[in-house]
Ligand binder design. Structure first.
Ligand code: NAD
Length: 357
């Protein structure tokens, strides 16, 4: 296949922000179909891409032979059924997180994609931050020594505004757990390894948002044990008043090991903080240039804000994995592993007990 046809299912905010600019960096790729249930959103995406095939029915898009791969970016409850239909139609799939509404479905998805031999990828976008990739590299080569503690803190101010489908459990599954914590769970598993047990609490402190009912969590905290003996503390909130949103708000990860500590914040895409055992404290560790762009991406750092544009490397990785007939760097298996922890966090919060993983 020389020209790779990509279909987009769900053409809302994240598609415009991340996926379309990412696809635009890929050679020999054509956006060959767009699907959204909302006509106005569909029209906006058609204007943006010039794509001639648009539909409100995803089955029509999946039936097309000129579409070889799909990006699924609908509300969460549709990820599993659409991804299963895409796999059955022999399409490669990049699916937004969380990839399903529970871990059982997420595992079914991962196994089905393997059996069908299609490429599959979970949109854990923040693994594409250059500083996160460098952190993984440094931990992998032993610079941390034995990992002891993992700590993540994601604090945003979303106030009490209406969050649309995101504040309806039957559409979103969870609130902050799926929105923000899922990425930080993935970081933890990526950097430190699998967790063995956890205890968690969740709160819905804004039962009304924008005058409408909210039945999803807006704060969550987890204490976890990792298989390698490390501990983890993960907290995420939409209610940190005054902290602003997205990359202007706190997104902090720290890993402490027997030889030193590293600190990562998404807002500082090309630096880490590093401190060595017995040293003078944390100091800036610049990320070397070879980590600034994802391998195989021709993204030009001189174009746009690198704090935004690292996200484009995600679609590039998906397309390159298809072309090179190799697994994507972040598969549905990582999506399912994170979902297992999300489910356990909810179970722990409901039961008040530690949950084994
Ligand atoms: N990876 C990241 O960093 C990141 C960031 C933001 C959002 N997300 C994820 O992306 C997904 C979409 O989020 P968003 O912010 O773009 O939401 P959004 O509401 O802006 O977009 C979702 C779109 O799906 C459409 N849709 C609803 N039902 C549909 C159906 N049956 N068929 C086709 N389209 C349908 C809606 O009309 C809407 O346009 C969510 O799962 C979210 O968790 C991921």
């Amino acid at each position: 296949m020389s020209i790779l046809g990509v279909g987009i299912i769900g053409c809302g905010g994240i598609v415009l922000q991340n996926h379309l600019p990412g696809l635009a960096l890929c050679g020999d790729v054509r956006v060959a179909g767009l699907c959204d249930s909302d006509e106005r959103t569909l029209e906006r995406a058609r204007t943006e891409t010039g794509c001639s095939f648009v539909t409100t029915q995803y089955a029509e898009l999946l039936a097309r032979e000129d579409i070889h791969a799909v990006i699924i970016a609908t509300p969460n409850m549709l990820h599993f059924p659409i991804a299963m239909a895409a796999i059955a139609a022999d399409k490669h799939v990049l699916c937004e997180k969380p990839i399903a509404m529970n871990a059982v479905d997420a595992l079914v998805l991962a196994r089905s994609a393997d059996v069908a031999r299609v490429r599959h990828m979970t949109a854990f976008t923040y693994l594409f931050v250059p500083a996160m990739r460098y952190l993984k590299h440094l931990v992998g080569q032993g610079d941390l020594g034995e990992p002891r503690h993992y700590r993540s803190c994601r604090l945003q101010d979303w106030g009490t505004r209406d969050l649309g489908w995101r504040m309806v459990k039957k559409f979103a599954g969870t609130g902050e757990i799926g929105d923000m914590l899922s990425h930080r769970i993935n970081f933890a598993q990526h950097i430190v390894g699998p967790m063995t047990r956890l205890v968690a609490n969740v709160k819905t402190l804004t039962p009304i948002r924008g005058g409408k009912p909210n039945d999803t969590d807006d704060w969550v905290a987890i204490i976890a044990d990792f298989r390698n003996g490390a501990t983890g503390v993960l907290e995420s909130s939409k209610l940190a008043s005054g902290r602003n949103e997205s990359w202007r708000s706190l997104d902090y990860v720290e890993v402490n090991g027997s030889e030193g500590s590293f600190e990562f914040t998404t807002g500082k895409w090309n630096e880490l903080q590093y401190g060595r055992l017995g040293g003078p404290g944390m100091t800036v560790l610049p990320v070397p240039r070879e980590f600034w762009v994802w391998p195989g991406s021709n993204r030009n750092l001189g174009v746009g804000d690198p704090l935004v544009s690292f996200r484009y490397d995600q679609a590039v990785e998906f397309i390159n994995a298809i072309r090179e007939q190799r697994p994507c760097s972040v598969t549905f298996h990582e999506g399912a592993a994170a979902q297992t922890v999300m489910d356990a966090a909810l179970e722990s919060a409901q039961s008040g007990r530690w949950i084994d993983l």
